[in-house]
Design a binder for this molecule. Structure first.
Ligand code: SF4
Ligand code: SF4
Length: 168
């Protein structure tokens, strides 16, 4: 796979918009055909991409998305800061329209100026799992993956790579 270049969410949005028809058609085809080897395509490109790219050069996800925060995440973060879960909720989180805890602000309050995560060892589960391109049954998260093409340069590159393989 070509080196994943750093792109801002704005640049990715423009790129995805320019190729919208092609990307929409690709994800529609995946939904319809449900290729059996979809997970292995995504997983091998995911590992290759993360071997060659440091998220410290990017942090788009931490800057522009608010992960869903579970009660376990809040308990872990409370221990990290030696505070009570209720104090963490008061200061950092609110419940969104779907009934999930999310951060009050974006970029994430734990993102430091050098792109390190202040709570890395105890970061929320959704942060650990982002951008989800190594999970099983990718077929179940195609809408999310398409959306993440606009945020994560790795998801964008993996998608482009699989699209290009279809034409070779
Ligand atoms: S908790 Fe850490 S990994 Fe999660 S969004 Fe904030 S800075 Fe990023
Ligand atoms: S997971 Fe994607 S969006 Fe987040 S920092 Fe890494 S490359 Fe950037």
């Amino acid at each position: 796979m070509q080196n994943t270049e750093y792109k801002t969410p704005e640049e990715l949005k423009v790129l995805v918009k320019q190729n919208k028809k092609e990307i929409d058609a690709f994800f529609s085809m995946l939904r319809k055909k449900k290729p059996k080897n979809l997970d292995s395509f995504f997983h091998s490109l995911h590992h290759e991409a993360f071997e060659n790219f440091s998220c410290l050069n990017c942090a788009n996800c931490c800057s522009s998305l608010s992960p869903i925060i579970t009660e376990n995440d809040i308990d872990r973060l409370a221990k990290h800061f030696k505070r009570k879960p209720a104090q963490m909720i008061d200061e950092y989180f609110h419940i969104d329209e779907d009934g999930d805890y999310v951060f009050n602000e974006s970029p994430c309050p734990f993102l430091m100026p050098d792109n390190y995560c202040m709570v890395y060892e105890n970061r929320p589960k959704a942060c650990r799992e982002y951008p989800h391109t190594d999970r099983r049954k990718m077929i179940q998260i195609l809408n999310l993956t398409k959306k993440n093409c606009e945020v994560c340069p790795i998801v964008h590159n993996i998608t482009r790579e699989i699209m290009s393989k279809r034409h070779t």
